[in-house]
Design a protein around this ligand. Structure first.
Ligand SMILES: [Zn+2]
Ligand SMILES: [Zn+2]
Length: 262
């Protein structure tokens, strides 16, 4: 199944790979190459695509089961839920019962701490009194306990998937059939391009050169379209029929931020 190694299953497969490196590495390598080949055949940044698919699976899993498991509960309580982007998604399509359980658990855990903060604030000592430093220390300790800690668990999941596939893509590019597919693909969004550059070492420089070259080609094409857009904005050519240069900005934004709906 495509994407079966992503996310939760990805962690499982990685641990299996570690337990029997030689055998497992060969199998994973072949399956990942097949998966990367399929991703490269689709429109848009392949890393964004697999991250979206992976998020959908982790989303289903989370609301079906793990929203109530101890390790996940601790994470969303510590963080006060999720990041702004994923909170909007939870609000929009998350199931009502689970949403209620999650936010009720957060409030339940945080209210006593907030009460402590209020008590400390009410016990404030006058400025310059000997107790002022003690008061400030207590207040800082309290505010540290009430502020969000950790990270959004959906962001973390997406980030792990991206790092996994970015590394595999770089490795897979040393295979001629993947190189061919990559050259014909949409290339990467800038976000994942920067991420792939962070894999730079002497061994994979040729693969990164391929990626950078394609990126350069895609950006140059966009720049040519912009040139055309500005040319047609000139009164001398403004009667010419308008074309795809009118929507170049949307493709550029997509290139910068990934496969987002605009
Ligand atoms: Zn991307
Ligand atoms: Zn998030």
């Amino acid at each position: 199944m495509r994407g079966a190694l992503a996310n939760f299953n990805c962690a499982e497969t990685l641990s299996q790979a570690c337990s029997n490196p030689r055998k497992r590495n060969a199998e994973v390598d072949a399956s990942i190459r097949t998966e990367i080949a399929q991703l490269l055949g689709q429109e848009g940044c392949p890393i964004c695509t697999i991250c979206d698919e992976s998020l959908q699976r982790s989303w289903l899993w989370f609301f079906r089961e793990s929203y109530a498991s101890g390790s996940q509960v601790g994470k969303y309580i510590d963080y006060w839920g999720f990041c702004k982007h994923h909170t909007k998604l939870v609000a929009k399509i998350g199931p009502t019962w689970q949403k209620s359980v999650i936010y009720s658990a957060i409030i339940d855990a945080k209210l006593p701490i907030l009460k402590d903060v209020v008590n400390v604030l009410k016990s404030s000592s006058p400025a310059f009194s000997p107790l002022e430093k003690l008061f400030i220390r207590r207040l800082r300790r309290m505010s540290g306990r009430i502020r969000p800690k950790g990270e959004c668990l959906f962001c973390k999941s997406v980030d792990e998937t991206a790092r996994f596939y970015v590394e595999r893509l770089v490795n897979a590019l040393s295979y001629p059939e993947i190189e061919r597919l990559f050259k014909r693909s949409s290339g990467l969004c800038m976000h994942h391009f920067f991420q792939i550059l962070s894999n730079l070492d002497a061994n994979n420089a040729p693969q990164l050169a391929l990626v950078a070259e394609l990126q350069m080609e895609k950006l140059s094409n966009l720049q040519q379209e912009f040139d055309e857009f500005f040319r047609k904005a000139d009164y001398r050519y403004s009667s010419e029929p308008k074309g795809q240069e009118q929507t170049t900005w949307t493709r550029t934004v997509q290139r910068f931020i990934g496969n987002a709906d605009l």
